[in-house]
Structure formats: C-alpha cells, structure tokens
Design a protein around this ligand. Structure first.
Ligand code: PLP
Length: 362
C-alpha cells in the first residue's frame, strides 16, 4: 500500500521492456525497411496518441520528458515573467516547484504560499492571494504528503479570471483517479508513469494547452527541437515544431516508451472509472478502520484520492513493524510523525486487515 512511492509493475510492462531489449539485441547490419530509430519514433507517436486520449488531450499537446520536474521546469521557465508578477503555490506541494520558483525570485517574481488548514487548501485561499499580477497557480493535483485533492476546475476558473495559468503536477493522480485536462481546464500538466500508472521509470510527460504552445518557448534545445530533425540541419533552416514536440530536445528513453504503451493498455483494460471507484472504496475502508482506533488524520474528510495520511509519535516503529510484516507504507517525520497509505486497485480487503493487525501490535 505504497503506490504513492512506487507502483507495482505488471508482467505485461516487463514484457514490453523485453520487446524493446530484443530489438536492441537484434540490431545489426541487416536490411531494415526503416532504421531502428524510425521504429522507436513510430512507437513514440503511437504512445503519444494513447496518452493524449487517456488525458482527454490532443496528441499535439503532449511532450515526452524524463521526469515530472522536467515538465514543471519547461512550463514555469517558459512563462514570460515580468518583475513584480507573482505565483501562488500551497504548502502541500512537492519540493520541485518551490525550487523552480525560488530561482524565478531572482527575476523579481513573488512567491505567495497558500497555507493548508487541517490538510486542505481551498480554492478561496488561492483566490485570496491572487491579483492581476498573478501569472500562475502551481499545484499538485493530489498532494504527496496527505493526498489532498485540488478541485482543478475551480482553480482554473479563478486563475484564468486574472489572466494566469494553472500549472499542475499529476505525479500522484495519473492512473489513480480520472483526469480530463479539457474538462478541468488545465493549462500545463506534468507527470510520470511509475506510480499510479504502474508503468516505467525514466519517462515523463508534459501536457501544454494547444493555444499556449506557440507562447511558451522551450527552455532547452537540441537536435530534436526541429520540425524535420531527420535532416540534422542547423536551427536556422529548421523552425521549432508548432506542437508540444518542441519541448522534446534529445533521444528519449524508448525502452520506457514501450513500457508506457503496455501500462496504458493494462489500465485502459480495467478502466479509470472502475479504478477510481475501487481506490476510493479502499481508502474509505482504511479510514473507517483507523477512525475506530482514534487516530488523527492529516488527510481531510471527504477527500477523494487514494492517499490517506495520519499522524503518529511513533513513525519509526510503524516503518519497522510494517516492513517486518512485508507491508509497504511510507512512514516519515515532517515536523510531526506521519504514516501515508496509498493502496491501488491491486490491493484488497485482506491487505487492509493485515495492516490493521500489525497496527494493533505497535
Ligand atoms: C507530487 C510529486 N511530484 C513529483 C514527484 C517525482 O518527481 P520526478 O518525476 O521529477 O522525479 C513525486 C514523487 O514522489 C511526487 O510525489
């Protein structure tokens, strides 16, 4: 029950990695209709389409990256900040965006922090910090700390009214709950497949809303940053692509592209409706069992994500005992001791019982 750290990998994803490795192994001076790079690039386009469909986006709005932070860097560094502009971020956010914004301070960008109250940060809190110089709301769709889930549509409506963008980190939501970037009116969304999408490492993605692609200049360039990169011509004769592919600048980890293809197929076969429903049911069960033990929750009531965190003075004992009993969880101290549970559809009631049995021995 530690998907928020790393998801379990299906055999099908391992097999897809092996397909890639077999192609590498067979690569040699024999006649191929295409080059091996051509085969990998075709697969990349197939998977781009699949991921776009999964997110409710167009394939022209998806760039592959190497990690969540890559996408966040591209989005935040690509905004045309002016001295005196500001960004609003909350204190449940992952460190990456704070690091990026802290560097932007040097350009005169002001960082405004929305503090959580009892584990939640309301859209009204963001609204109270916004003004006409607000260029971005920067949030995790689901917080890595306590699973707090933002209402993206409400945040989008507020930030758009000020002329700013909604920049979202989906590392803790993609594959765990349903996402539709169009319905939720998101401007940028970065993420990775190795947690809730039960996919590969070494690959990430960035969604950029179609209208923003021409406005957001890539903050990094390479041989692939051109319309026709097969010519390996100079940048003068090759303008940037007018799709989100302009943010891809070098050779991708194609092995992980193969892996992502298989993990998307696996998740799609079950369906995100069923996955979200099951995940919320598992969290509800855990909350009710823990409530009867009188624990103090960090995760707000009525929160709709697959992560549940409670406070403890004894996080070391939790970490140790759960490990001894082969139960994966995250136990850590961040001011207060915390235990984070993040079951996915592959967990069941018996896992919850096993957790509670061990809990009662601590
Ligand atoms: C909210 C959030 N963002 C990002 C990441 C990972 O970042 P990256 O993919 O850049 O390594 C994590 C990993 O735990 C996370 O929880």
């Amino acid at each position: 029950m530690d998907t928020a750290f790393v998801g379990l990998m299906p055999k099908q994803v391992k097999a897809a990695h092996e397909d890639f490795l077999e192609e590498r192994l067979q690569f040699g001076p024999f006649p191929l209709e295409k080059t091996i790079l051509g085969v990998w690039l075709d697969k990349t386009e197939e998977v781009r389409k699949k991921l776009a469909l999964f997110l409710g986006a167009k394939e022209s709005e998806i760039a592959f990256t190497y990690c969540t932070g890559c996408g966040s860097n591209i989005a935040l560094n690509g905004i045309d900040w002016k001295k005196g502009d500001n960004a609003v971020i909350d204190d449940l956010e992952y460190p990456t965006d704070f690091h990026i914004l802290n560097v932007l301070r040097k350009k005169g960008v002001e960082i405004r922090i929305a503090r959580h109250e009892n584990g939640a940060v309301s859209p009204e809190k963001f609204e109270g910090l916004a003004d006409k110089r607000t260029r971005a709301f920067v949030v995790s769709h689901v917080s890595y700390l306590n699973g707090f889930r933002h209402d993206l549509k409400k945040l989008a409506d507020i930030v758009h009214a000020y002329g700013g963008y909604l920049v979202v980190d989906s590392a803790q939501s993609i594959g765990g709950i349903k996402i539709n970037v169009r319905d939720e009116d998101v401007d940028f969304m970065s993420g990775i497949p190795y947690k809730w999408l039960i996919g590969p490492n070494g690959l990430g993605f960035l969604y950029v809303r179609e209208e923003l692609v021409p406005l957001i200049a890539p903050d990094r360039l390479g041989w692939a940053s051109t319309n026709d990169f097969t010519s390996l011509d100079t940048m003068e004769s090759n303008p940037l692509p007018d799709t989100a592919r302009r943010y891809e600048y070098g050779t991708l980890g194609f092995e992980s592209v193969y892996g992502l293809n298989a993990s998307l197929d696996y998740i799609n076969r079950i369906g995100m409706d069923a996955i979200e429903q099951r995940n919320l049911k598992l969290i509800h069960m855990l909350r009710e069992r823990l409530r009867s033990q009188k624990v103090m929750f960090f995760t707000p009531e009525e929160n709709r994500s697959p992560i549940l965190t409670f406070f403890t003075d004894n996080e070391r004992a939790f970490g140790k005992k759960m490990k001894e009993n082969k139960i994966l969880i995250t136990a850590r101290r961040k001011k207060k001791g915390q235990v984070r549970l993040s079951p996915h559809f592959y967990n069941n009631e018996e896992d919850i019982e096993a957790f509670m049995r061990t809990f009662s021995r601590i």
